[in-house]
Every structure is written in structure tokens, then in C-alpha cells.
Design a protein around this ligand. Structure first.
Ligand SMILES: [Zn+2]
Length: 217
């Protein structure tokens, strides 16, 4: 990625999303869904829709629980007894579901993460939790890719980090240009994954070594 303004923006130090100045209460959130139902021309008081605002708000709680999670804190418990292990650690095909910040439509795909430990490694489930912490927010795929890589680089201080995300965006598969099956691929390479061709090639060949296809959504 060499697009300058975006690259500069992604290189900013990590920061949490600013909380909304005044967070609406649950009643206001329910009323907003009621408004949208009336906006599309339906009647929120008819039998099939009476529980819908409540279900939608609860689904939002689930889809966007990442705002309450600190990804840096997730990675801070590391293991230093690694017996000199300094080869690549790879966790691939981490399934995720996110929502695009432009249409609030699902982004569904897989994340592949690799790093070259310097002194410390982290439990692999923590890498998957970092993915969810960023996925369960309003996102763009490019930003999410950079956030995952930057967080791992900042906390683990490894020799390098590589993150590749392959995903489908329902805002383009089910509306707009209607291109079902189109897969967006983004990557972020830091340290040796950026400067050393062999490391990058090893990472890319490992994530392609089986038929790991992103889910078509
Ligand atoms: Zn979108």
C-alpha cells in the first residue's frame, strides 16, 4: 500500500475510538429502529415487527462489542520462555465478521497473521481476540488490517509482522454494483515482513498452501 494520505493516516499511533459525546440511551436506540421501519414504509406496530427494534438493538450490541475491548491489553500477557524459538508464528484462516462504516453492511472473511518473535510470544487465542476487538466495530478493511498489525508490532515488539485479510463486502455483493464473489485482499507488512523478501514470500506461500478460500457471502 503506497497511497500516501491513507498510509500516513494508518501510521498514526494507535488510539481508541473516541466515545460519542453523548451516548443515547436504550430507549432512544429502540426509537431509531422504529423510525427506520417507518422510513422504509412499514408499520412498526404490526404483529411481526413489535419485537424487532429490541432484536436489532441487541444484535447491534453483539456486532459492535469491540468498542468495549482494549486490544493492547489483550496482548500484554506474553510468554518469554520460548527456548530460543525465533521462527515464524502463523495463525491463518481466522474467520471474522465486521461491518463497513459506510453502509453498516457485513464484511465477512478471514485474517492471516504471522510474526517473527524477538523474545516474547503470545497465546494464539489472543491473536484471534485482537481480530474480534477490531472487527466488532464499524470498519474499513484497510484500517482493520493496519490496526491488527500495528497493535501486534507495538505490544510484542517482534522482528516483523504480516497481516493479510481476504473478505467480501456485502455493500458491493448485495447492493450498489452487485458483484457477488468479489474478494478484497489487503495486507500490512512490518519489520522483516516488509524489508526481507524471503520472509514475506514464506508467509504468503504458507497462507496459500491449502485451499483456504474466504467465505463467499
Ligand atoms: Zn460499505
Amino acid at each position: 500500500m503506497s497511497n500516501q494520505p491513507l498510509e500516513q493516516q494508518l501510521d498514526q499511533p494507535l488510539k481508541q475510538a473516541e466515545p460519542a459525546a453523548v451516548r443515547p440511551n436504550r430507549e432512544e436506540a429502540l426509537a431509531a429502529v422504529d423510525t427506520l421501519i417507518r422510513w422504509i414504509g412499514d408499520d412498526p406496530s404490526r404483529e411481526g415487527l413489535t419485537g424487532t427494534p429490541d432484536r436489532v438493538v441487541r444484535a447491534y450490541d453483539e456486532h459492535f462489542q469491540g468498542y468495549a475491548v482494549d486490544p493492547v491489553a489483550l496482548l500484554q500477557r506474553t510468554f518469554e520462555e520460548v527456548e530460543g524459538y525465533d521462527e515464524m508464528v502463523l495463525l491463518r484462516d481466522i474467520r471474522f465478521e465486521s461491518h463497513c462504516e459506510h453502509h453498516i453492511k457485513p464484511i465477512i472473511g478471514r485474517v492471516h497473521i504471522a510474526y517473527l518473535p524477538e523474545h516474547r510470544v503470545v497465546g494464539i487465542s489472543k491473536l484471534a481476540r485482537v481480530v474480534d476487538a477490531y472487527a466488532k466495530r464499524l470498519q474499513i478493511q484497510e484500517k482493520m488490517t493496519a490496526q491488527i498489525a500495528n497493535t501486534i508490532a507495538e505490544v510484542l515488539e517482534p522482528q516483523g509482522v504480516g497481516v493479510v485479510i481476504e473478505a467480501t463486502h456485502q455493500c458491493m455483493t448485495t447492493r450498489g454494483v452487485y458483484k457477488p464473489g468479489a474478494i478484497m485482499v489487503t495486507s500490512r507488512m512490518l519489520g522483516l515482513f516488509r524489508s526481507d523478501h524471503r520472509t514475506r514470500r514464506e508467509f504468503l506461500s504458507l497462507i496459500r498452501s491449502q485451499n483456504g478460500q474466504p467465505d463467499r457471502a
